[in-house]
Ligand binder design. Structure first.
Ligand code: ZN
Length: 98
C-alpha cells in the first residue's frame, strides 16, 4: 500500500469511525486533528545496545499518526487496527529504499 489522497481519506474515515478523532486524549480539546500524510514504521529490535545493521531486514509495525491542533500531542495508530492491513510477516530493510 502506497500513501495517496485516497489512503489519506480511508485512514481518516477509519479513525473517525472508531472515535479516535473525537477529543484529544492529552488536553481533551475537540478542536480537531491533522493526519500526518504518510506511514511511520516502528522497528522491532531485541537488543537496543546492538542497533540494526544497514541493509539487513528487521520487523516493523506500520502506523499512522495524528496531531492535536490544540496541544500538538502526537498519537500513533497501528495500521492493522486502523485498516486491517497487517505487515507483521514482512520485514523492512534498514538503510535502504526497498
Ligand atoms: Zn491536545
Amino acid at each position: 500500500m502506497k500513501w495517496s489522497p485516497e489512503v489519506y481519506k480511508e485512514v481518516w474515515n477509519a479513525l473517525s469511525a472508531k472515535g479516535n478523532l473525537n477529543a484529544c486524549k492529552s488536553c481533551y480539546a475537540s478542536n480537531g486533528f491533522d493526519l500526518i500524510p504518510g506511514f511511520f514504521m516502528q522497528m522491532i529490535i531485541q537488543d537496543p545496545t546492538s542497533p540494526p545493521v544497514p541493509g539487513e531486514p528487521v520487523q516493523a509495525i506500520p502506523t499512522v499518526v495524528t496531531v492535536c491542533v490544540n496541544c500538538g500531542q502526537l498519537t500513533q495508530y497501528a495500521m492493522g487496527q486502523v485498516l486491517g492491513v497487517h505487515f507483521s510477516e514482512e520485514a523492512v530493510r534498514v538503510g535502504t529504499t526497498q
